[in-house]
Design a binder for this molecule. Structure first.
Ligand code: GTP
Ligand code: SF4
Ligand code: MG
Length: 422
């Protein structure tokens, strides 16, 4: 059966103290025994993910978490893991019981408020405990949506589903466009896909497939070529393409082979708009000019594959960056959902296109970077910058190009020696 990739699903995280019935709720919502339920506090130790279709929202993934109030050593490790789930939660469900509301739940509210994550409060075990009326009054005063459930008897689940639909963030329903705002119906797009050692066997990767799908949805059409076939393919065309999109590893060759009047960019720059914030990532790339020998650079990749020879994250980007800076840099690497807590150590973070992540996880990473005062950019922008084709790669986005030019001007004015007016 066809499965929607996780990066495109609404991530619903279920949080709360131990034993309040988080796992029982997930099992009741999905009508499956996804998580082990027991009356022993601390039963769920590792996050459990359950993808399902929740109409009318569509594909979602429920994430069951370990109880967060455990203060033993092992509990602290669980807590750290559960915290990481905050980073990818689009919608949170805080589970408590009638008599269980306390400072811990208030802390969860604060955390979600700070992160602008919408949430619902569920009073579970309502067959045993009635929520304290003062607590209900206080929560409702804050305009928080509450639901009472009995997970053992599936009571209140209809209300909970309704609440989830009501609280689903609109950017999930109206996800940012990959390419459809850059093309018109009937136009042609040329996609350049190198088939090298990193290419998976027998298939294309997700960003390429999603881009093709959106071109088709826009009633436009595309051709897909390897970088060496691009000149022949362009020569054979009767119509000029609306845009050429390349894997950023072939950027330099594709920039040279694409006529100057045809806009050109990379998949990872297109995805910076979908998964993160292109403006900020463009400004982040400007830090490359400020890097000095000895600076630490973090390279973060959402995939957890073993590096291949000439791997983009571990070999190519470090090599291009070192050549550009003209001195040795210190590189740190993060893979999958792991992301260092001590970001302050780094001068710059360079992230992959994060097609495997949901948008929230990339935005959370950008938020952590901002809080630590560390600029962040992505692979495609870094490659374009170090190869001297940054402006060319931003031409399809005139407003962002304009913003970049203004920021560059400000930087060079700040660097210029001040005139002595005495
Ligand atoms: N009476 C009643 N019991 C419930 C309800 N929901 C869960 N339980 C029981 O409460 C106990 C704990 O349920 P779990 O679903 O394992 O709780 P949890 O929050 O996942 O617990 P941890 O994984 O330890 O954090 C089990 O014995 C459940 O059968 C409910 O609505 N009513
Ligand atoms: S490394 Fe990043 S951009 Fe590349 S396929 Fe994996 S998640 Fe997607
Ligand atoms: Mg559990």
């Amino acid at each position: 059966m066809f499965k929607t990739p996780r990066g495109l699903r609404l991530h619903i995280g279920i949080f709360g103290r131990r034993n309040v019935g988080k796992s029982s709720l997930i099992n009741a919502l999905t009508r499956q025994k996804v998580s082990i339920v027991s009356d022993v506090a601390g039963t769920t130790t590792d996050p459990v993910e359950k993808p399902m279709e929740l109409l009318p929202i569509g594909p979602v993934v429920f994430i069951d978490t370990a109880g967060v109030d455990d203060d033993s050593f092992l509990g602290a490790m669980r807590t750290a893991r559960t915290r990481k789930i905050f980073d990818r939660t689009d919608l949170a469900i805080i589970v408590t019981t009638g008599e269980g509301w306390g400072t811990f739940e208030e802390e969860l509210l604060k955390e979600f408020d700070n992160r602008a994550i919408p949430f619902i409060v569920v009073f579970n075990k309502s067959d045993q405990e009635t929520p304290d009326s003062n607590v209900i009054k206080k929560i409702k005063g804050k305009n928080i949506l509450t639901v009472c459930t009995d997970a053992t008897d599936s009571m209140g689940l209809f209300d909970l589903r309704e609440a989830i639909i009501q609280k689903t963030p609109p950017d999930i329903i109206n996800a940012p466009k990959i390419i459809s705002d850059l093309i018109k119906p009937g136009e042609l797009v040329v996609l350049v896909v190198p088939i090298d050692k990193e290419a998976p066997k027998g298939r294309l990767i997700l960003p390429q497939v999603q881009t093709i799908r959106e071109i088709l949805d826009s009633n436009a059409y595309c051709i897909v070529v390897k970088e060496n076939e691009l000149p022949t393919a362009l020569q054979g065309l009767k119509t000029k393409p609306a845009i050429v999109v390349t894997d950023s590893q072939a950027f330099l060759k594709v920039a040279a082979d694409t006529p100057k009047d045809v806009p050109m960019t990379s998949f990872s720059i297109l995805f910076a708009r979908v998964k993160g914030n292109l403006n900020e990532l463009v400004l982040g790339a400007m830090t490359i000019d400020k890097l000095k020998s000895g600076d630490r650079v973090l390279i973060a990749e959402a995939c957890t594959h073993h590096p291949v020879t000439d791997d983009i994250g571990t070999v190519k980007i470090p090599r291009w960056l070192t050549q550009y800076v003209g001195g040795e840099l210190q590189f740190g690497h993060a893979q999958g959902h792991d992301y260092p807590d001590d970001l302050e150590r780094y001068r710059l973070i360079i992230h992959c296109g994060s097609c495997m992540f949901n948008r929230r996880e990339m935005l959370s990473r950008m938020m952590h970077a901002k809080r630590a005062g560390v600029p962040i950019t992505n692979y495609g922008l870094t490659i374009a910058y170090t190869l001297g084709i940054f402006e060319r790669a931003l031409e399809p986005f005139p407003l962002i190009l304009e913003m970049y030019r203004r920021a560059k001007k400000r930087d060079s004015l700040a660097k210029a020696p001040q005139m002595n007016l005495d």
